[in-house]
Design a protein around this ligand. Structure first.
Ligand SMILES: Cc1ncc(C[n+]2csc(CCOP(=O)(O)OP(=O)(O)O)c2C)c(N)n1
Ligand SMILES: [Mg+2]
Length: 353
């Protein structure tokens, strides 16, 4: 038997949903953003891009150790979706590719970069690193290294929102690879049964480490993965920030109306390797270049801005402002002290059962 290796990202195939005997969400429209909102999307996506490029450099220079997974290419997903959330009450949880989600939730780049370099001023006091960053204050619950674990934990967050009647919605992100994990389906079952307020976001960036989605998934239309649990799903262009925001609006309307969970499959692409130590031999340079040339989310919003009459100078000024903020975060992360050795014994479970 010959297994086909993907030459290009999986194409969308429109398939009629199997679940027909229940109400379904509306097909989302692209979000109609004001000029100010478009500028804010541009600013946030560029911040993530430049932050990640800098993190890559610091890794190369040895300032960052351990694992480091970059979000370059996927910026529209976190920015578009999280811009629709209510930071006062909604919670977010994701996997190890988490810097962009933190930045999109308004967390200070200095605290994130200092976490990457393992410094005491980092958001998790330098003890979490790239994969394990938290800010419960901002309702950001990590940063998880175990593939798929955040789906069950996110379902728990949704349970807490419902139990406490706080009106919040949980957004749990996971990858195409994670979508084949068993605990995801146990979580789906419970979430629908109890009508929990959760948006499951599958960031389908086409690869799980070196394995393409077509090579690993018998049902590669991942938005359909909830159907045997009666959870509806929507497939979204994850390279278009306005499509992402539009989908978030529909998903939130569904969940906030008490109709239970929903799945958003975001079709996206990561430009860099799986982590900093990935030589990316499983795909061609041409494949990556063609996505960069044809679907880059930042270039896309730049075109929208130009059409809205924003001048090149204004965009250049934003670029300069972001470079400055990112450079400052890197300087801070290099210079601020490491945690005191006594910190080895704080915030860890020490005890007997
Ligand atoms: C339970 C578990 N199995 C395997 C791994 C090793 N691993 C880390 S990332 C990864 C691929 C996950 O890919 P995907 O869910 O598509 O997310 P992406 O990296 O593309 O964001 C694997 C297999 C792990 N960390 N945890
Ligand atoms: Mg993936």
């Amino acid at each position: 038997m010959r297994v086909n290796v993907a030459k290009a990202p999986a194409k969308s195939r429109k398939i009629e949903p199997a679940v027909t005997n229940r109400e379904r969400p509306n097909e989302p429209d692209r979000y109609k953003a004001s000029k100010e909102e478009l500028l804010e999307f541009y600013r946030q996506m560029l911040l993530i891009r430049r932050f990640e490029e800098k993190a890559g450099q610091l890794y190369g220079l040895g300032f960052i150790g351990g694992f480091c997974h970059l979000y370059i290419g996927q910026e529209a997903v976190a920015v578009g979706l999280q811009s629709a959330l209510d930071g006062e009450k909604d919670s977010v949880i994701t996997g190890y590719r988490d810097h962009g989600h933190m930045l999109a939730y308004g967390i200070d780049p200095k605290e994130i970069m200092a976490e990457l370099t393992g410094r005491a001023a980092g958001i998790s006091r330098g003890k979490g690193g790239s994969m394990h960053m938290f800010s419960t204050e901002k309702k950001f619950y990590g940063g998880h290294g175990i593939v798929g674990a955040q789906v069950s934990l996110g379902t728990g967050l949704a349970f807490a929102h419902k139990y406490n009647e706080d009106g919040g919605v949980a957004m749990a992100y996971f990858g195409d690879g994670a979508s084949n994990q068993g605990q995801v389906y146990e979580s789906f079952n419970m979430a629908e049964l109890w009508k929990l307020p959760i948006i499951y976001v599958i960031e389908n960036n086409q690869y799980a480490m070196g394995t393409s989605v077509n090579r690993s998934s018998s049902e590669d239309q991942l938005y359909r993965r909830g159907e045997s649990f009666r959870i509806p799903g929507i497939q979204v262009d994850g390279m278009d920030v306005l499509a992402c925001r539009g989908a978030a609006e529909e998903a939130l309307a569904w969940v906030r109306a008490g109709k239970g969970p929903i799945i958003l499959e975001m079709k996206t692409y990561r430009y860099r390797g799986h982590s900093m130590s990935d030589p990316a031999k499983y795909r061609s340079r041409d494949e990556v270049q063609s996505v960069r040339d044809n679907s880059d989310p930042i270039e896309g919003v730049k075109k929208e801005l130009e059409a809205a009459g924003v001048k090149e100078d204004e965009l250049k000024a934003i670029e300069a402002e972001i470079r400055k903020a990112v450079n400052e975060s890197a300087d801070f992360a290099e210079q601020t002290p490491e945690p005191d050795p006594a910190e080895l014994y704080t915030d860890v479970l020490v005890g007997t059962y």
